[in-house]
Design a protein around this ligand. Structure first.
Ligand SMILES: [Zn+2]
Ligand SMILES: [Zn+2]
Length: 339
């Protein structure tokens, strides 16, 4: 079978590799769509922390089940599926409390071990989500959307709650879509005006704020003199994260969805004055995958315009570098394998 390997930063190789065998408890999946995200771009450019090479990337995956060796699942051969790429240990304190997304020895396919830029992959059978009623493209974007859905679930949003999402990239757009689904009033903030237009026109958020000097006053104008109760930062930018403490209302919440290698710095008196709740949100769980699947199936969330770029598997190593440039305006690129 054909596999694309990232051999070292800035170097792809299309190789012939051995088709994996399906072990007990696993399912062999014929991979058909691979979503590309920031993690892949960082890995390719050599600035993903704790990353080792060579590595087969790809963690946003959909395909069809070829073989299954598990009795504990309703998934059958021939089913179209989305793969949960987070391989948890199942017995650490986080796993025991259902927080498999932050397992202490979590291995993510395509990050810590070889992922799905290949024709076949064998994965634990309980890490598949049946997706027969979705398109293959939709099934592949369950994973990136589930990260936003997880952050929204952590925030326990109430209907009518005032929400600000900072960063209108793929993860931020997912946060916005699932905050809207919870009935929140959502404002998006970004430096990129096109992304703000997209948030309003495609995701249907209520307000947009161009990130800049006067954002606090602008937010107050949008929210009847008040500040948002809940703020999500999905920028992965330390300056934005440091500044984000100013945006929630008294008693509000701040959720860091994006992460940085740096230290986040904030004023404790300000933090205490507001009695803020600060949370991080990392990856997602099976529950979030199922929530996203249902939202896509019932068309409560539309993300079709989110898929801006497509290419065939064999051309991926050639077109990939174009996706690194801001001019390409990539929101989400999808690699197709027609095997
Ligand atoms: Zn991703
Ligand atoms: Zn664990």
């Amino acid at each position: 079978m054909k596999t694309i390997v990232c051999q070292e930063p800035y170097k792809w190789a299309l190789i012939e590799s051995e088709k994996p065998t399906c072990q007990q408890g696993e399912a062999l999946v014929r991979v058909q769509r691979i979503g590309i995200c920031g993690t892949d771009l960082h890995a390719f450019c050599g600035n993903q922390p704790y990353f080792t090479y060579p590595r087969v990337l790809g963690h946003e995956l959909s395909g069809t089940v070829e073989e299954i060796r598990s009795e504990d699942t309703t998934i059958k051969v021939g089913d179209q599926v989305s793969i949960i790429p987070y391989l948890e240990c199942g017995h650490c304190p986080a796993c025991r409390s259902g927080k498999t997304n932050c397992c202490s020895s979590l291995k993510v396919l395509g990050v810590h071990q070889d992922g799905g830029m290949t024709e076949f992959i064998s994965v634990p059978a309980d890490h598949l989500i049946e997706a027969n009623d979705l398109t293959l493209d939709q099934a592949a974007i369950i994973e990136p959307l589930s990260i936003g859905a997880h952050a929204v679930r952590r925030a326990k949003l109430q209907k009518g709650e005032k929400v600000l999402v900072i960063g209108a990239g793929p993860i931020g757009l997912g946060v916005m879509a699932f905050a809207k689904l919870q009935g929140a009033t959502v404002a998006a903030m970004d430096m990129n005006k096109e992304r703000l237009h997209y948030s309003k026109n495609e995701i249907g958020i209520d307000h947009t704020v161009h990130a800049g000097e006067n954002t606090i006053n602008e937010l107050r104008e949008l929210f009847n003199g008040e500040l948002p109760e809940t703020v999500f930062d999905a920028t992965g930018n330390v300056h934005s994260m440091n500044a984000s403490f100013a945006y929630p209302e008294q008693g509000g919440k701040l959720i860091f969805v994006g992460l940085v290698k740096d230290n986040v710095i904030f004023s404790d008196p300000e933090f205490h004055r507001k009695e803020l709740t600060l949370m991080s949100s990392r990856n997602s769980t099976k529950e979030d995958f199922l929530h996203v699947k249902q939202a896509l199936e019932s068309s409560k969330v539309h993300m079709d315009g989110f898929l801006t770029h497509h290419c065939h598997f064999q051309e991926m190593p050639i077109v990939f570098e174009d996706w690194l440039t801001p001019e390409s305006n990539v929101i989400k690129a999808i690699v197709e394998i027609s095997n």
